[in-house]
Design a protein around this ligand. Structure first.
Ligand SMILES: Nc1ncnc2c1ncn2[C@@H]1O[C@H](COP(=O)(O)OP(=O)(O)OP(=O)(O)O)[C@@H](O)[C@H]1O
Length: 258
């Protein structure tokens, strides 16, 4: 379970990124965060793995209070909280398999990682993770040879190889065309259902948010201004989050893939 109690983030320079956030996310939930650019979606997600330190209140992940001042605790936290980025963040000159094995790094002695001597069980887990996202046949390809959608699937497999409790996805499909975006979101959704991994996704396309979320959190000005099941995320509710009427650009173009 993830619990924010009156959490603030004040960035160096004084800008307040989060204001008094109170939120509980239960194990196994699939939550989508929506809001206009600058609303604080990335800030919220990044406090959960300590990438952005919160400055007051209390944040707990599982039984542990997130302590941004303790490097050891943040390292341990990140081994159980995987993150997926818009830009995939793969090492493109090495193989897909080796990218996924990076997910095992926190539980592999540094000398083994440096020499590329991974244990048989780590390789097995890496192959299983690639299978789960349907690209095991690409294991020995260079990551740079893959399409954007395939690269994002490698990034998902890398996170799965960590055996995480939580997956955070910060605009994971913003660089992908709509059919590919739907496939990546379908993968995340299926993995959430199959493995029960708590998943929190930032999405700026409202229709995609509505299609995949169980629960929608709306942010504005660093505050949570909507929190409810997807059925309650009506046009009127989202217009309230955005403080303006919805436009065609708020929806993602439909695709044939879903
Ligand atoms: N390192 C930082 N230092 C100062 N201000 C920051 C920093 N990072 C983000 N901000 C500010 O915090 C606010 C929220 O940013 P955040 O990236 O969380 O928004 P977002 O909802 O994810 O929007 P976007 O989709 O545009 O990234 C923005 O006004 C941004 O300029």
């Amino acid at each position: 379970m993830i619990r924010f109690s009156n959490v603030d983030v004040v960035y160096p320079g004084g800008f307040q990124g989060l204001k008094g956030v109170d939120l509980t996310i239960d194990k196994g939930e699939f939550v989508v965060i929506v809001g206009l650019s600058g609303a604080g979606k990335s800030t919220l997600i990044r406090t959960i793995n300590g990438l952005v330190p919160y400055t007051s209140g209390e944040l707990t992940v599982g039984d542990e209070v997130v302590d941004p001042t303790s490097k050891g605790k943040i390292r341990r936290l990140r081994s159980s909280v995987g993150m997926i980025f818009q830009s995939f963040n793969l090492v493109t000159r090495i193989s897909v398999l080796n990218n996924v094995l990076v997910g095992r790094c926190s539980s592999t002695p540094a000398w083994r990682s440096l020499l590329g001597w991974y244990r048989a069980e780590d390789k097995e887990l890496a192959f299983q993770s690639l299978e789960r996202v349907g690209i095991v046949d690409k294991a020995y390809n260079r990551a740079s040879a893959l399409s954007g959608g395939q690269q994002q699937r490698v990034a998902i497999a890398r996170v799965l190889a960590q055996d995480p409790e939580v997956i955070l996805a910060d605009e994971p499909v913003a660089s992908l065309d709509p059919p590919t975006a739907h496939r990546v979101l379908q993968d995340l959704r299926r993995i959430n259902r199959e493995l029960g991994i708590t998943t929190i996704v930032n999405l700026h396309h409202l229709e995609m948010a509505r299609k995949y979320a169980d629960r929608v959190i709306g942010m504005r000005g660093g505050e949570v201004v909507f929190d409810g099941p997807v059925e309650e995320a009506t046009d009127a509710a989202i217009e309230e989050v955005y403080q303006r009427s919805l436009t065609a650009g708020d929806a993602a173009p439909e695709s044939a893939a879903h």
